[in-house]
Design a binder for this molecule. Structure first.
Ligand SMILES: Cc1cc2nc3c(=O)[nH]c(=O)nc-3n(C[C@H](O)[C@H](O)[C@H](O)COP(=O)(O)OP(=O)(O)OC[C@H]3O[C@@H](n4cnc5c(N)ncnc54)[C@H](O)[C@@H]3O)c2cc1C
Length: 492
């Protein structure tokens, strides 16, 4: 009997929004699986997202570079254990070039609207043109929209003012008095980067941060040669970092020895601040790790320099020549750098996304961003996200998270190629159940121990993954339940 001729797998049309780390990862994973009809929309003129936009002095990764890289594109010659931002941007540029991803990217093209109907997504770009695709994948980032503080008089300041993610390199800083507003990882890195170069650095602190003292040595020529010669060494090191960060994650998600150990290391680090008054001012009033833990072997040394000052009074207003704090004191400065963070809850917005039955993303997220398994949304068929709500972002390498999510998404695309369904979306029940499961796991985590942070949603519950990153990997590679697959007799 003759077998029916096997149909070749369908080649889906896929749009990825964003050519940052996640978008490139997704495109690579799709290409590796033989999918070719991919368009990556990128509103800027180059790849790299975060690492393109952030160029401030002192910027470096706070995850070791040998772990903050793709497993499919190991780089043997990272300069430092925690490499500088420009090197990371160059890495992503070379990933795009070496893996032939650039040809898929439409630079300078923002997706402003996407609507689902009749089994397809129809996108509209900032140029007004449209495209129809079978799958829409958002890789628009979490820390992407700079958050500007509302400070009276800021617009009247006579010197330069800019956000850390929009650093103005035309402004000379040598010998200048620079105010750094904000004490997250970015504020800490800027202080370390400017201390000794600027004339004076004044750090305006609303709340102190815990700092884990992690040195950042450079790699020797010998070390780089070893990595080039023995690629398996890099893979081993990646795995050992993965295990180390899994250990750290254990401290984040449940109380116990690990949490106490990391807390003790942070406290010991704080004791290296000799002046008791300064030490007290730098002492946080919440548990270590409740906010994103800062890794720096240089911060407290920088803060003890005579040309670096700490201001703990709140900012009242800005005048033409400086910042006035609530105690009435004028701090005269030439430049104000706003290290005030990002709107971490915007996700893919302001893009307007319309799913089934006209349901908009703003309606779906009226109570805050929600997702099924961190990647999908009910009523939004054949739509997936990288770094979507609840992704495990607390002190972990997001390249590893992106690979896990991209593999999960590919699993669905592959099933579509085999003709198993026309559209797929998680059910509302499954998404609600998943969110309930997450919320009930939250109480033991360190993020709920009493601090404000960008991790918290508007209901005060962290929008994070409350289990280990390993659990995220396992769950996304095995759990395909909770999805509603719609099959049509004819191929769409
Ligand atoms: C200062 C800083 C330091 C960080 N350090 C670390 C670290 O040490 N370790 C770590 O794991 N993570 C770190 N992060 C988090 C970092 O954002 C992620 O690791 C990673 O770069 C996110 O990549 P992404 O592609 O998901 O998003 P992004 O890098 O934000 O890229 C999103 C891209 O999408 C584009 N885009 C957005 N909307 C649209 C649209 N509608 N149409 C077209 N294009 C669009 C943007 O232009 C951008 O290029 C840091 C973040 C910041 C801000």
């Amino acid at each position: 009997m003759t077998q029916p001729a096997q149909q070749p797998p369908r080649n889906p049309r896929i749009a990825i929004i964003g050519a940052g780390m996640s978008g490139l990862c997704m495109a690579f994973v799709l290409r590796r699986a033989g999918i070719t009809d991919i368009t990556i929309y990128e509103k800027a003129d180059s790849v790299g997202g975060t690492w393109r936009d952030n160029t401030y002095p002192g910027l470096s990764c706070d995850v070791p570079s040998r772990f903050y890289q793709f497993t499919f594109a190991p780089k043997p010659d990272w300069s430092h254990v925690f490499s500088p931002g420009a090197e990371i941007r160059d890495y992503f540029t070379s990933v795009a070039r070496d893996h032939d991803l650039e040809k898929h990217i439409r630079f300078g093209t923002e997706v402003v609207h996407a609507e689902f109907g009749q089994g397809h997504w129809r996108l509209r770009t900032s140029h007004g043109d449209t495209q129809e695709v079978d799958f829409l994948i958002s890789a628009t980032g979490i820390l992407h929209h700079p958050r500007y503080p509302t400070i009276q008089g800021l617009d009247d300041f006579g010197g330069a003012v800019f956000h850390s993610a929009r650093w103005d390199h035309s402004v000379p800083l040598r010998g200048k008095r620079v105010a750094v507003v904000g004490t997250g990882s970015t504020g800490v890195q800027i202080v370390c980067g400017l201390a000794g170069t600027a004339g004076r650095v004044e750090l305006f602190q609303r709340s102190a941060q815990w700092v884990l003292p992690v040195p950042n040595p450079s790699y020797t020529r010998f070390g780089k040669t070893l990595h080039r010669r023995f690629p398996k060494l890099g893979a081993r090191i990646y795995e050992s970092y993965r295990a180390g960060f899994q250990f750290l994650a254990g401290a984040l998600i449940k109380p116990g020895k690990r949490r106490r150990l990391i807390g003790a290391l942070c406290r010991a680090n704080l004791r290296t601040v000799r002046d008791p008054k300064l030490r007290e001012a730098l002492t946080p009033d919440y548990q270590p790790m409740c906010r994103r833990l800062i890794f720096s072997g240089r911060f407290y040394r920088a803060m003890q320099r005579p040309d670096v000052g700490l201001v703990t009074e709140n900012i009242d207003h800005v005048t033409s020549n400086g910042i006035v704090t609530t105690d009435g004191r004028l701090h005269e400065v030439d430049v104000i750098a706003l290290a005030t963070g990002f709107d971490a809850h915007a996700f893919l917005r302001p893009m307007n996304l319309v799913g089934e039955n006209g349901r908009t993303i703003d309606e779906a997220w009226s109570d805050g961003p929600r997702a099924h398994l961190t990647v999908a949304l009910p009523d939004f068929p054949n739509f997936f996200m990288l770094m979507g709500p609840h992704s495990p972002v607390g002190n972990y390498s997001l390249t590893a998270i992106a690979e896990t999510q991209a593999d999960h998404i590919l699993g669905w695309v592959d099933r579509w190629r085999r003709g198993e369904f026309a559209t797929v979306a998680p059910t509302r029940q499954a998404t609600d159940a998943f969110n309930t499961e997450m919320r009930s796991a939250m109480p033991g985590t360190v993020w709920t121990t009493g601090c404000t942070s960008w991790y918290l949603g508007k209901d005060g519950v962290p929008e994070l993954w409350p289990w280990t990153p390993g659990a995220h990997r396992t769950r996304l590679s095995t759990d395909t339940s909770g999805y509603d697959l719609r099959v049509t007799a004819d191929r769409p």
